[in-house]
Design a protein around this ligand. Sequence first.
Ligand code: GLN
Length: 449
Amino acid sequence: ITAEELTKDTLQKIHDKETNLNAYVTVNDDAVKDAAKVDADGIKGNLSGIPIAIKDNILTEGLLTTASSKILSNFMPVYNATVTEKLNAAGAINVGKTNLDEFAMGSSTETSYYGTSHNAWDYTKVPGGSSGGSAAAVASGDAIAALGTDTGGSIRQPASFNGIFGIKPTYGRVSRWGVIAFASSLDQVGVMSKRVEDSAEVLSTISGHDVHDSTSSEKEVPDYRANLNKDMHGVKIAVPKEFWDEGTDPKVLEQIDAALDVYKKLGATVEQVSLPTLKHAVEVYYVIASSEASSNLQRYDGVRYGFRAKDVKNIKELFVNSRSEGFGDEVKRRIMLGTFALSAGAYDAYFKKAAEVRTIFINELSDVLSKYNLIAGPVTTTTAFGINEKIDDPVAMYMNDILTIPANLAGLPAASVPAGLADGMPVGLQLMANKFDEQSIFNAAYALQ
Ligand code: GLN
């Protein structure tokens, strides 16, 4: 099969399913031309001709990039994100830009200006979020892999809800240049795919130091796929008891326990540990993430780029109306929360306190990881919930992130690995590892596949 044939076939499949899934903001029909070029040039890169979808908060030159927000609904990037550039150089074919919660703020893809995406297993359920479009696209078999971003769980939770593998690498493993910023100390690009091998290949491709992102690491990038190894002998797995106590659905836990039994049979040791500060993780995250968001989103003012309000009398009205009309409710809620938490009167009580508790939590996690190779548990407390079920209850929506937030607060790599079904819907096993030890996660995921 040629790259052109594969791309045509993939685009056809995408179009056939879009009415049901709404996984994409933009389907890249021009990808056929890119594929023809790959065929003409011959195999050059390790991803030559492979269809990959890219979350719509990652810049793609000449291809609409909206972050699923009205305020960027006309935004045509003039340069590529580093990750896009690296995929192109490897010969990958970008088949489209996937839907997300507006500015990646959400856990269900329901806050998208372009309408909610649907779970690939059950269209009445959410695909999770914010990388819900990427997860639905991969689970339905359109794209072999998709890029997502994960600030508080946005790769792992949708991967879990759609029964696919998804990995958020260590903070700094992948460049954030050209990734639309939400919370800069937490954001990280990662990969989703059905097969562990495919994510391993793509993550090696997009990782590495970038002069444009001073937080990107200079550490050498391993060949994760070549190093895959199913041997679990001597691997020490910690299981935090709080992950079992957070009101987690017993049917979800049954599947997680079964996965842990497999690891024991394969020679790993599994021991219970405690993360007492987990109970504060959601509060800490929402103060920090919203504060950083309120600062990052100042740039959308209707002047430089993006949506501009009409019929304004003066510059102040231009700012106010462009932002009032351009941002959705959830984004406004975060901007207000973050602006408040950073204000002179509230800074010590909220932002500073959250930063202090974050440090305590980081120490708790690194203490556990000094003795164990992996931390394991569920990704979420339930399987995918229904569309409209939580959208009017922000706190219920936020609580959904309690088990994924720890990895972001501490900058640790973490993944969701398919681990059976509960009531017919997929369950994800979460694996976290020490910084830059993505390989241990890939190996353990591979052993379960
Ligand atoms: N659900 C979380 C939030 O709304 C995480 C989102 C993300 O990881 N981008 O902030």
